[in-house]
Design a protein around this ligand. Sequence first.
Ligand code: G3I
Length: 370
Amino acid sequence: MVKSLSLLVGVLCASMASAQGLKDIYQDAFLIGSIASHQQLTHPDAQTRALFQREFNVLTAENDMKWQRIYPSPEGYNFAAADALMQQAEDCQCQVVGHTLIWHQQTPDWVFEDESGKPVSREVLLSRMQSHISTLMTRYKNDVYGWDVVNEALNEDGTLRDSRWRDIIGDDYIAQAFRFAAEADPDAELYYNDYNLNAPAKRDGAVRLVKSLLAQGIKVSGIGMQAHYMLHSPKVSQVEASIQAFASLGVEVMITELDISVLPFPKQAAIGAEISEIAAYAEELNPYAKQLPQEVQTALAQRYQDLFTLFYQHRKSISRVTFWGTHDGTSWKNNWPVRGRTDYPLLFDRDGKPKPAYDAVATVPSVMAQ
Ligand code: G3I
């Protein structure tokens, strides 16, 4: 009851303050980010540009700085879309976060292989890793203030994930990547980024990993909690425990890929964001194909308000909250963990209009000041 009342008060306040964007409303707390899709970078649309200008002060490329996109073959780099991101960021006076340098996904096979298709040696792979990190970080030194250096290196139980990076280089591939990044641009912030970091075992794994890197004198500026959440999980208290655990390491905490699915999660799929795990389509898994019922819309707004209340309470530890998408129509959640569904995970609807969830988020600082 109290919560619903605060939501209602909040919605009224937000309407009154609509001249401001989220970046203004949260300017004393943390940066507010969004992502630019490939479509947006290659065929920019005015509506998304206007949203960037009004609402956000930091941008990330959804896909176009991943190895597979920017360095698809040994013949050379394709910087066109990433360069376009820097231009769009300049237009909206946004800062830029680079995503991502080293990941088990979206890295072409040739990176790990010699000309005959055999795995390369540790030395060769380290040299390719260093060269890639140095190429990107040098090119965008004046544009990108922080990088997701290593993405998703942990299993759900907190142990190190098997990957071709780990197989060939060894467990120290993460430390090496951070060392190369610190050399390439000593001024850049360097992040470890992963999903499901609210889960206790994975949270502990991330704490162990970052603690060990820091103990070796390796620069790690922050931990990115991706935050691909659902309406009823994870619990806000679990998210809070992770924010506190990471902050106690003395590094920044960032919410880096926030979205909240309102759709049922197929039982056979692993909760998280492992893009390779796709479940079969079934009508009952796509209940809101035509429209979102009012009660779900309200529940989504409440869920966003609860999370932003938590983020705002921890604003001294949190430096950025980035949404993984601008509006519902372009969200990856429409195609994961089931292809071809209609999800509603963001603050703006398919026409780019703010949803009740937007108003719920926008009012948190003023409601908390009362
Ligand atoms: O653009 C091609 C299109 O030409 C082709 O017809 C189609 C066929 O599958 O694929 C299109 O590319 C897809 C691309 O998204 C653009 O929609 C890729 O297959 C698909 O793999 C890719 O998925 C991206 C995924 O990362 C893998 O790179 C999602 O957009 C992107 O939102 C997602 O983002 C990740 C973060 O980087 C890391 N954390 C998890 C997060 C969600 O998985």
